[in-house]
Ligand binder design. Structure first.
Ligand SMILES: Cc1cc2nc3c(=O)[nH]c(=O)nc-3n(C[C@H](O)[C@H](O)[C@H](O)COP(=O)(O)OP(=O)(O)OC[C@H]3O[C@@H](n4cnc5c(N)ncnc54)[C@H](O)[C@@H]3O)c2cc1C
Length: 370
């Protein structure tokens, strides 16, 4: 069969584009996915005890975009969920991002009160102040707070997460870490925060359940490309692989997940606990907090960052360094030469996208397609 479009990848980017092309343009679409499941990295599935878990790490949906939220709401009901994270610092579990509650939990009372007053006076209640800005404040106690957050919250986590010292990453990564001038423990401040009531996989199944969309799972596009007949292609896989690594591989950081199921209803008070300084893992996730499932069991994942080795583990995070961005630009130039191939998604754009950004990017590309 000849298709109007082939879409490589059944993650949120590919699913959004397939759905739009089939439903709005009457196009015949083939979605080719290397893995044996839909939903890309947002894939969730029941574990042997029936607990819904996220195979590629905890995925929390949050967005400022009404358009994205309304669009996805056609395919799922939502379970309201406000994400809260604790970090183990100096032997205590304190809220992240660092906010006034964290300050009071870790600083002696008098000092905490004084620093709070200074933060409010200088930046206003509710501000999110990047530590880079705090560091340049000409007040020694505010500069000291910036150093404290950098040392206790950021430094160890960054070393583990990236396997690099902060100086080896783009300065923007360090500078962005915020101090929140409020007693606000929410991890995200976005107006829309919820999880798909039946999970991400079910939502993507519904997006792709259109009679003009065909699915080919467990098939690598590169291996079957010659057998397919189609007019145009949307590619959401790694852009360097598409061009057979012409300009060299684009580096990624990967993760290894270790899973445990406990025969007890709950083991931690919130979904995610970060360990910036102790342990080789960066965080633990207890999925029941995300899904609201009731069960006598509970499932936990431990997240160990590791180097990406193609074929052995998954490419998760593009490594934010200037040299990598330049290499990506060389691939982008190759991509621009191809008139019938369109690139989108976190692997094709070599950019970290949250799920809402991936959907927004796909909706934008859909509007621009010939
Ligand atoms: C650990 C982790 C945690 C995250 N947590 C959050 C979160 O809490 N909130 C949030 O909003 N976002 C989160 N994200 C980001 C989220 O996963 C992405 O926004 C989303 O996956 C992007 O979708 P995508 O379709 O662009 O890419 P993907 O989901 O990666 O989909 C691309 C698909 O293409 C397939 N593919 C690649 N090459 C080929 C080929 N040659 N042939 C066939 N198929 C191919 C891949 O198998 C993959 O399924 C997280 C990401 C990670 C890594």
């Amino acid at each position: 069969m000849k298709y109007d479009w082939v879409i490589v990848g059944a993650g949120l980017t590919g699913a959004t584009l397939a759905e739009r092309l089939a439903s709005q343009r009457g196009a015949r679409v083939l979605v080719v996915e290397r893995r044996r499941h839909l939903a890309g990295n947002a894939y969730d599935h029941p574990n042997p005890e029936g607990l819904l878990v996220h195979r590629y790490g905890p995925h929390i949906f949050h967005t400022q975009s009404r358009e994205v939220f309304d669009y996805l709401s056609r395919f799922t009901a939502w379970r309201p969920y406000v994400h809260r994270v604790l970090a183990e610092i100096q032997g205590r579990r304190v809220p992240l991002p660092f906010n006034l509650n964290t300050l009071h939990a870790l600083y002696p009372r008098r000092l905490a009160e004084r620093v709070e007053e200074k933060l409010v006076a200088r930046f206003g209640h509710g501000a999110r102040v990047p530590i880079l800005k705090l560091k340049t404040a000409d007040d020694p106690e505010l500069a000291e707070l910036a150093a404290f957050v950098y040392q206790n919250v950021f430094l160890g986590y960054t070393r583990k997460q990236w396997g690099l010292a902060p100086e080896e990453l783009d300065p923007a990564v360090t500078g962005r870490v915020p101090v929140v001038v409020a007693r606000d423990d929410r991890y995200f401040a976005d107006p829309y925060q919820a999880l798909p009531a039946e999970g991400y996989t079910r939502m993507v199944e519904r997006m792709l359940a259109h009679p003009r969309i065909h699915l080919l799972l467990g098939a690598d596009f590169k291996e079957i490309e010659g057998e397919l007949r189609f007019d145009r292609l949307i590619y959401t896989g790694p852009i360097d692989a598409f061009f057979d690594y012409l300009h060299g591989p684009l580096p990624y950081r990967s993760l290894r997940f270790v899973w445990a199921t406990h025969r007890t209803p709950a083991v931690q008070p919130v979904a995610v606990i970060n360990y910036p300084n102790e342990h080789p893992f960066t965080r633990t996730t207890e999925y029941k907090h995300l899904t609201g499932q009731e069960s006598p069991f509970t499932a936990i994942s431990y997240e160990y960052p590791e180097a990406h080795e193609p074929g052995r583990n998954e490419p998760y995070y593009p490594i934010p360094r200037e040299e990598n961005r330049l290499r990506y630009r060389a691939y982008q130039k190759e991509a621009q030469k191809l008139k019938h191939v369109f690139f989108a998604g976190r692997l094709a754009d070599y950019r970290y996208y949250n799920m809402d950004q991936a959907v927004a990017r796909a909706l934008k590309l859909f509007r621009e397609l010939p």
